[in-house]
Design a protein around this ligand. Sequence first.
Ligand code: MD3
Ligand code: FE
Length: 217
Amino acid sequence: MTPGDLFSDQAGVPACEAMAPRAVVLRGFARDDGAALLRAVAIVTAQAPFRHMVTPGGFTMSAAMTNCGRVGWLTDRKGYRYDAVDPETGLPWPGLPEPFVALARHAADAAGFADFVPDACLINRYEPGARLSLHQDRNERDFSAPIVSVSLGLPAVFLFGGAQRNDRPRRYRLEHGDVAVWGGPARLAFHGVAPLADGDHPLTGRQRFNLTLRKAL
Ligand code: MD3
Ligand code: FE
């Protein structure tokens, strides 16, 4: 599918859907790159394995995470932050794979954000039952840059809330190859992921992966 198509091949689902001002879902934008993106995830995770991080409040997250790029996002008992070193290995995070950078730039461009250059990517892995509770992404330095997210593998229900934690979230189904670009006021909206339903995806089995490409520095 080309980004210019009015509808994706999912009957009746628009190829580009505005969720909020300057926040869009590009349905299937990364579908043709899915296998290459997943190969790059495997290369990253050979050096920086998935792990279940602990929140400052002492809860172990159900989604497993790792990072690539100049810095990686971390949580532990001390708080949330970006760091250039993977605390599990003591090594710098692996570099951003070129297919991640290219896809992020093209998706941001399609959403009206010219010259997006990410420097970090958080990679989340969900297995059945794993979820992400409502949160804001606010450890980045420059909120004027968008965040580009790529869904791979099993579908998930994304929860898109408002500026306040208690704003009732809207629900969006995100499927393999869907790319979302979050800018404008939505950049600081509360959001999360409902518990993953079981399933079997031809490329990932019983897993969903999500890439979030960010300008953290
Ligand atoms: C809206 N990831 O990594 S992707 C995260 O599916 C995160 O793994 C979810 O929330 C996931 O922080 C959701 C969509 C997304 C990502 C970042 C956002 C939506 C966002 C940042 C601001 C607003
Ligand atoms: Fe987030």
